[in-house]
Design a protein around this ligand. Structure first.
Ligand code: PEP
Ligand code: MN
Length: 338
């Protein structure tokens, strides 16, 4: 429930209502604005009704939040959230390109990849150290050693880094090396993991589960937000459908839909979304056109020798072409290159 206070309500009035909400076992939210203060109460609506808040003269109106996700909804916050990632921001009018290899393989590989990302205008470096592979026999990642290599490369090229976390017990260790967490598709509903990253203040790129509905995706984001971390970036990375020609079906309708329902930034992963190198650039342009706040793409200095996802990885020339082709679409969508 959203509780809009009258313009003359004091901070003390707001405090008293928040105390009442908390005493009833509901989660109180305080959102002071320029013109008026808005409060929130999350939990059992029947308990809230029993508080009779509408009888309070400083309460102007009560507005129920109709969606199951609350704090990440536009009903709760009408304006776009901006997420700080290194020295740049994701969301709120800019278009961010995060790029890098699927997995960190060795020092030379991550450094060469970082150099390409920086040279052609990427704002962040991606790379997996803990790889959740479908087969136990596939390359599983360099783990902590990989994080060290990524930290060096990120520092050398002055790029913030993001990497996938697969286990809640790794969060503290990983925090020393990286600037942002990625929650992978396979872990979108690993609620302990969501809570663990929610207890940090680092940006979290939350990828859509391959069979997850948009509502489930936003409820997963709500788990993170509810722990106090508001630095969430939603990532559409394709879902599993009957279609087999592409690795996944990139649901760009979801991007446009989420932008209307949530204030969180939304980025697109056209690499996992298609699985086919030639489709990455066109779908990156489509992502910009449909209102996404950025993309995350796989780039490898030599995709032929990549230990994972080489088929969908771009080399330097492909990435350069992607960046050049993308610019007019970013401008047409009314955004600026981050
Ligand atoms: C990845 O980014 O390399 C990855 C494994 O992505 P997803 O979780 O979307 O499959
Ligand atoms: Mn990958």
């Amino acid at each position: 429930m959203i509780i809009v206070l009258t313009p003359n309500a004091s901070e003390q009035d707001a405090k008293e209502i928040l105390t009442k909400i908390e005493a009833a076992g509901l989660k109180p939210l305080y959102m002071p604005g320029v013109e008026r203060t808005v409060l929130g109460a999350l939990g059992d609506e029947r308990v809230l009704a029993s508080l009779q808040l509408q009888a309070n003269p400083v309460v102007e109106s009560l507005k129920p939040i109709l969606t199951s996700y609350k704090q990440v909804s536009r009903e709760m916050q009408a304006y776009d959230s901006q997420v700080k990632f290194g020295n740049t921001t994701i969301g709120g009018g800019s278009f961010a390109v995060i790029a890098g290899p699927c997995a960190i393989e060795n020092q030379a590989q991550i450094e060469k990849s970082a150099a390409i990302v920086k040279k052609h205008g990427g704002i962040g470096l991606r790379g997996g150290a803990f790889k959740p592979r479908t087969s136990p026999y596939s390359f599983q990642g360099l783990e902590e050693e990989g994080l060290k290599l990524m930290q060096q490369a990120a520092q050398k090229y002055d790029l913030p880094s993001v990497t996938e976390v697969i286990d809640a017990s790794h969060v503290d260790m990983m925090s020393q090396y990286i600037d942002g967490f990625q929650i992978g598709a396979r872990n979108m509903q690993n609620f302990r993991l969501l809570k663990a990253v929610g207890q940090t203040d680092k940006p979290v790129i939350l990828k859509r589960g391959m069979s997850a509905t948009i509502e489930e995706l936003l409820l997963a984001a709500e788990y993170i937000f509810n722990e106090g971390n508001k630095n969430i970036v939603i990532c559409e990375r394709g879902i599993r459908t009957f279609e087999k020609a592409t690795r996944n079906t990139l649901d760009l309708g979801a991007v446009a839909y989420i932008k209307t329902k949530s204030h969180l930034p939304v980025i697109v992963d056209p690499s996992h979304g298609t699985g086919i190198r030639e489709l990455v650039s066109p779908m990156a342009r489509a992502a910009a056109a449909c209102g996404a706040d950025g993309i995350i793409v796989e780039v490898h200095y030599d995709p032929q020798v990549a230990l994972s996802d080489g088929m969908q990885s771009l080399n330097e020339n492909d990435f350069e072409q992607l960046m050049l082709g993308l610019r007019p679409f970013i401008t047409a969508a009314g955004k600026v290159v981050a």
